[in-house]
Design a protein around this ligand. Structure first.
Ligand SMILES: [Ca+2]
Ligand SMILES: [Ca+2]
Ligand SMILES: [Ca+2]
Length: 489
């Protein structure tokens, strides 16, 4: 926890945005290589990211509100690319233990039997279960959070929003474009966002994460999800126009949606400017993102989170340009919204994670999702679609179990029957009753092996291997059902 002046934080971000944490295996970063040398099978999992060794954090903004940031933003915030901050502030205890043990391949093995985060599970057990060894809120008993997968086709069936807007960058070309997509607010409602949700963490395929609060925040770094952004006028100048001034122009006005507009015109968007999950730009699907040989992300598709400017202003000259005696020179305090616009987004995490749940494995929604034009929304959303699906799977799994796994075949039918009743109750919206059926009936008949290592006298299943497997399967469904049950009253 660290308090920091918002103004100071702004300086860091302005100086640093665009590179570094954007791809977590950035240049000069060898620590993740040490980890992967010891655990090659963890490549692409959620442990193969900044969050393994670095924690998120929070700071108090100018209005006294605590703002929570994910590990990448927090690293920018407290440490910075100029290394002026305290690196210790950005590390979790696993990261510190790794550093103290020598910060090399050997160190990874040396700290295996330590419980770095003090949650009762040693590091090696957490890593084997793909749980964070440096985060005490994550441990092997946690189940993956509720999730929904959207294909591009499905997104296109939701209410669409079209907006013409400025994308203002620090040091790249600025541009005006017309983005079309689904307002983030609409997408979250479709996923059944829970009442206690506070914000979203957006993940790109290269591991970059960006936090957005649900409601407007006075902090200039935070672009909100809900509601609209202020309307903006159109800023045009021949000096800025790259096509007319290829030497030191900085704004690309070439998109057809610029046609017929003049400097000073009001930009009119039906339903205003919003944070959208963009699917098209000027009528074409977004260029699919891919990692270049320098490990930098090229392209922005299939989906980009596009926040408009909070404080409308003109496109300003690149920070890196030597020609600043221009109509709109680089302005440190300008709203550079493009830097907060996540490209090639594959996951939207709705915070906070519900009780008993943990992060989805990044491996499940990584580059495959980019290739298949899919995105996953997970976290504080309605768990019931997952509950119904998993109960169906459970019933199917019980059906294919050999009779020998049960005390006698009657109990196989009984288990199938009880699971079917739980499914019916959940379908009817009787979540508490469904939960009761799972916890107090079904799990009681398959808990001996997990509790004591051997089959109990009242267990229906008599083979430990299948008993344990079904127990954890039912327990996962129970944890998810509990989320819906606790929302009901
Ligand atoms: Ca631990
Ligand atoms: Ca942990
Ligand atoms: Ca600019």
């Amino acid at each position: 926890m660290k308090m920091m002046q918002a103004g100071l934080a702004m300086l860091f971000i302005l100086a640093l945005s665009g590179t570094a944490c954007a791809a977590y295996h950035h240049m000069g970063e060898f620590d993740s290589d040490s980890f992967l040398a010891v655990y090659p099978e963890m490549a692409g999992t959620k442990l193969d990211s900044c969050t393994l060794c670095h924690s998120g954090g929070q700071y108090q903004n100018a209005k006294g509100v605590w703002v929570v940031l994910g590990s990448c933003q927090w690293c920018h915030y407290t440490y910075g690319y100029d290394a002026s901050g305290e690196i210790d502030e950005t590390m979790n205890q696993y990261g510190r233990d790794f550093r103290d043990a020598g910060r090399n391949v050997g160190a990874v093995a040396v700290i295996e039997q330590i419980d770095s985060d003090g949650d009762g599970f040693v590091n090696i057990d957490e890593i084997a279960a793909i749980r964070y060894p440096g985060d005490s809120n994550d441990d092997p008993t946690k189940v993956p959070a509720p999730y929904r997968i959207y294909t591009r086709e499905l997104l296109e069936t939701l209410p669409q929003h079209i907006q013409f807007m400025l994308m203002n960058t620090h040091k790249s070309d600025d541009f005006y474009a017309e983005y079309t997509g689904v307002p983030m607010e609409t997408l979250l409602q479709n996923a059944g966002i829970l009442d206690n949700a506070t914000g979203i963490q957006v993940y790109a395929a290269d591991g970059w994460a960006q936090y957005h609060p649900l409601t407007p925040d006075p902090d200039p770094l935070l672009y909100h999800v809900s509601g609209s952004y202020p309307p903006a006028p159109y800023y045009y100048d021949a000096e800025a126009d790259i096509s007319l001034n290829p030497l030191y122009g900085w704004c690309d006005y070439s998109a057809t949606s610029n046609a017929g507009r003049a400097h000073g015109d009001a930009i009119v968007n039906i339903n205003g400017l919003r944070m959208i999950l963009a699917v098209t730009r000027d009528g074409d699907y977004l260029d699919t993102g891919q990692l270049g040989t320098d490990n930098k992300l090229d392209g922005e598709g299939p989906f980009r989170v596009v926040p408009p400017q909070k404080i409308p202003g003109p496109p300003d000259q690149r920070s890196t340009s030597g020609v600043q005696d221009v109509i709109w020179p680089f302005d440190n305090t300008a709203d550079h919204n493009a830097g907060y616009s996540s490209r090639t987004v594959t996951m939207v995490k709705v915070e906070p994670l519900p009780e008993g749940t943990t992060d989805i494995d990044i491996l499940e929604a990584g580059w495959d999702f980019v290739d298949e034009n899919r995105i996953m929304v997970y976290g504080a959303i309605d768990p019931i679609p997952n509950v119904l699906e998993k109960l169906d799977e459970l019933i199917a799994d019980v059906r294919v179990l050999e009779d020998e796994a049960f005390k006698n075949e009657v109990f196989k039918l009984k288990l199938e029957e009880q699971a079917a009743i739980a499914l019916k109750l959940a379908q009817k919206g009787a979540y508490k009753a469904a939960l009761n059926k799972m916890s107090n009936v079904i799990m009681q008949r398959m808990d001996g092996c997990v509790a004591d290592g051997s089959v109990a006298s009242d267990d229906w299943l008599t083979v430990c291997e299948s008993q344990k497997r079904l127990y954890w399967q039912v327990r996962e469904i129970a944890v998810l059902t509990e989320i819906a049950a606790s929302e009901q009253y």
